[in-house]
Write a protein that binds this ligand. Structure first.
Ligand SMILES: C[S@@+](CC[C@H](N)C(=O)[O-])C[C@H]1O[C@@H](n2cnc3c(N)ncnc32)[C@H](O)[C@@H]1O
Length: 216
């Protein structure tokens, strides 16, 4: 059976994504280098589509203090660093020292490097510290998502954003036979939308970018 003539094509359709990427016309060669580095190692990064949203959302709320849990080698931090501007700061937390080394090598001499610090640590420990952030971005183990959400919201300023990658988890969120990671994402999504202090939605960017804005 053919599709109705007015059927919408999915924004996840590769051709649609390519179309938008041509419009974006990313100029910074570090983005290409980081994408190649990720591809060679089969390392999951958020991608330019969602990266663009990170930058835009950061600018939209005038964020200057960004915390990332699961920073990897700094691909997503790059977009936040552009978003916060010259007087802003991105603090990334990463449990794997090898990724931190990758960050140091890739960003050496780049003008955005002095806006980013990626340090060794565990998400739940850092979210236990007394601090106030404009944006908290989580791209960590999916089983930990609901717990990290509960810890993150008290650390946000009113009007601040929690952002979580992989909210659609490659489509597995709508399948029955759930593994622990999929269950983790499903539990997180339910907690996000039910959270009494947040207005939330999932952007159709990357692998689904969950956004929660703290009320007040
Ligand atoms: C998907 S990758 C992050 C990619 C990165 N956000 C990007 O787009 O460039 C996830 C990273 O989070 C780290 N990680 C996972 N859970 C963590 C946690 N609870 N605390 C700190 N790091 C964590 C892993 O070591 C891994 O490097």
């Amino acid at each position: 059976m053919s599709l109705p003539r007015n059927a919408l094509r999915s924004p996840f359709d590769p051709e649609m994504r390519d179309y938008v990427q041509v419009l974006v016309d990313e100029q910074d060669a570090l983005v290409d280098r980081m994408e190649l580095y990720a591809k060679e190692r089969d390392f999951p990064i958020i991608g330019r589509d969602a990266g663009r949203w990170l930058e835009l959302l950061t600018k939209m709320i005038g964020a200057k203090r960004v915390l990332e849990i699961g920073a990897g080698f700094g691909y997503s931090a790059f977009f936040f660093a552009r978003g916060v501007g010259p007087d802003g700061h991105v603090r990334g937390i990463e449990r794997n020292d090898y990724e931190i080394l990758g960050f140091e090598v890739l960003f050496a001499g780049h003008p955005l490097a002095d806006r980013i610090a990626i340090e060794a640590g565990e998400g739940r420990d850092v979210l236990g510290e007394e601090a106030e952030w404009d944006v908290i971005f989580v791209d960590a183990e999916k089983e930990e998502y609901a717990e990290l959400l509960a810890l993150a919201v008290p650390r946000l300023r009113p009007g601040g954003l929690v952002l979580f990658d992989n909210a659609l988890w490659g489509g597995r969120v709508v399948e029955d036979a759930a593994d622990s990671a999929t269950e983790g994402v499903q539990r997180f999504n339910e907690a996000l939308f039910a959270h009494p202090e947040l207005d939330a939605h999932i952007l159709p960017a990357g692998d689904g970018l969950a956004v929660g804005r703290k009320r007040g």
